[in-house]
Structure formats: C-alpha cells, structure tokens
Design a protein. Structure first.
Length: 165
C-alpha cells in the first residue's frame, strides 16, 4: 500500500513539473525574463556604439558634477535649525528635497509643502495614525508647539531657496 501511495505522489509531482515546464511564462521568469532580455539587448547595443555613448556618459557626468557644485554652493547658504538637522535632514535631505549629494534619501521630499499640511502629517506620525516607526520615534516626545515650529520651518524652505527669506 505504501508503494502505491509513494508511486502516485511521485507521478503527480513529475506531472506538475512537466506542466510547469510547459507554461513558459512561469518557468522562464515571466515579466522578469523580459527585463533580463531587454538588458541583454541593451548590452549588445552598448558594445556596438561604445564611442558615442562614452561621450554622452562623459557629458552626463560633467553636467551632474556641475549641478552638484551649484547645489553645494546654495546649500551653504541654506540655514536650518539644529532640530531639523538632527531629526530630519538625514532622511529628507539638507533642504527637504529628498535628495542629498545627488542621491535619493530615505524620506520623501517635504520641500514646498504648506505649514498646515506638514503639521497634520507630523501629528499623524506622532499619534500613530500614519505608521512609520522612525518618524514616531523622532516625534513622540515633541510637544504640539515643537511640531508647529518644525512645520513652519520646513514650509519656508521654498521661499529660502528662491531667496525670498
């Protein structure tokens, strides 16, 4: 009896393996296979036109470097409170754009948002209505006055960047 059960299960498993192998979308990686195929096509195109792309890559690097230099110069002028630097800038960037030194930070951009919206979001994080353990941990001991002050400062970032403040 054991042999019949084991034989039946083995046949079933082999049948499922064959069925899976025949369904190429699952067996061949599905959507991921398309991405890998496109990546391989791109590599072949790069090899055939490497001199042209080297120039454009070099130009892109120079443009990005120039942009970073300009941004670094403006960041020196961009003053923020010690509280923002300690609690917020590591995730949201020095100026709240969500980027720092050309790379995306963990936190989303807060640049250009209104004081009322920022205050409401900060309250939601503190109370736990919006789940984010990092934000809740940073804000849990802050008073409503602290949250208002932080929201006001962040809402002024756009005006500071434009040179209005």
């Amino acid at each position: 009896m054991k042999n019949i059960i084991v034989g039946s299960l083995t046949a079933l498993i082999i049948g499922l393996m064959i069925f899976t192998a025949m369904d190429d979308a699952v067996y061949q990686g599905g959507e991921h296979a398309k991405v890998i195929k496109n990546f391989g096509d791109r590599e072949m195109n790069v090899a055939s036109s490497s001199t042209i792309e080297e120039k454009t890559d070099s130009q892109k690097d120079n443009e990005e470097l120039q942009m970073l230099r300009e941004k670094a110069g403006s960041m020196k002028k961009f003053n923020t409170s010690l509280e923002y630097k300690q609690k917020c800038s590591s995730c949201h960037g020095v100026n709240g754009t969500g980027y720092q030194s050309g790379r995306k930070m963990m936190g989303p951009p807060v640049f250009g948002q209104s004081e009322a919206m920022l205050y409401k979001k900060l309250q939601d994080f503190k109370s736990g209505r919006t789940e984010n353990l990092v934000m809740k941990g940073l804000l849990i001991k802050n008073s409503d006055e602290d949250l208002r002050r932080l929201a006001k400062e962040i809402s002024e970032f756009k005006a500071r960047a434009d040179g209005q403040i």
